[in-house]
Design a protein. Sequence first.
Length: 452
Amino acid sequence: MVQMCFRRLSIACLLILYNLLFLSAGVLALPFFIGSALVLKKRRKTFFKRLGLGTNIPSLPQRPIWIHALSVGEVLASLPLVKAIRTEYPHHPLFFSVSTWSGYETAQTRLEKEAGLIFFLPYDLIWIVRKTICKVDPSIFLLIETDFWPNLLFSLKKRGVPVILINGRLSPRSFRGYRRILFFMKHVFANFSICCMQTEKDMRRMANLGVPLNKMEVTGNVKFDQEVEAVSEIDQERIKESLRISRNQKIFMAGSTHEGEEVMLLNVFVRLRNQFPELTMVIAPRDPNRAPGICRMSEKTGLCVVLKRKIEQGSNNRFDVIVVDTVGELRRLYSIADLVFIGGSLVRIGGHNPIEAAVFKKPIMFGPYMHNFEEIASLLMNADGAVVVVDEEELWKKGSMLLAESDRAKRMGESAYEVLRRHRGAVKRTQNIIKRFMGNEKDLALDREIDT
């Protein structure tokens, strides 16, 4: 009893300290946030919403399933699971929250039919978080991959809501960061009812952060279960036509790129054009707001460049480089590519999801920094479904080889797709775990009281 009281007191003190530090940092940063909200359209659209202002959360007779995804990548990762949940519980309300504007736009586009409400997760200010949880009144909370906010997780558990980590992963960098504040994070992670981890390695890292093995299961990666979007040859021709790309032109597609990568990609593209004069490059930056700057960078190389939106507005010219300044189109653009580079991997970001290209049997290249998709990258490389390029020179050499050797590129694309096909099933395993917690809320709430 004394030990339990001491534990509760320790957690309460840590939470008070966290909230004081968080609030102090928020007050100090407030002028910056207000200034950026006035200047930047994206910040303006999210700042006040994340303070809980302007969000109308309806009161429902049945408690909803609440799913949260940080941004675009997590939203896309959640799609097969959300659709499976909607099929399993067709009459159960489903609310979906995000933390970024791009994530919100993607959720609105891809989950409009499945989610009864799509809204912004509030900043982790205790009074706003508690008010939001009270309004939503969820029957279960499913967190996709990451976005561990202490007040949110503690408040959900206190209310007796089952909290499940879905498709959980921990990069080496995140693991090291959490280890530094293990005295606090072990209590934060204790709020999870169960953690569905992508790999054994992810589970071991969570165990080293204090999560008991009996509260974790390796369910695999739900990204392998994403629907294969049918893009027929006719549809592909239409996409090319809309971009003013002729049928015989090859396309070098760079998806989800970050600052520092585009300059290397453009240098490589200039060299590739000497070998393949009909080659067109499509660059889709992770942040579409960077697109105009990439255009200016491209123009300095003497290339004819255009924003995708301007083509849609009626430009009939042909271009060397097309920069995508819209969201939600990357997957369809992959379908017309002859060669794909996965961004965030030549700089220390950790890479992005290569499965989106593997779905269309495309030859894939990525840089050495794929730690956010460590398992997928390893599987693709071991199956000869992708190649690693360590720098600009290797990007040019391997890109040139794959464009010149179409049979080899085709085999690589088919190998990538085979990796995807063999590793399906994570959604079903995750669904079976979710079922344990649905409809058993009273028992779970009692267990949590005893636990605490």
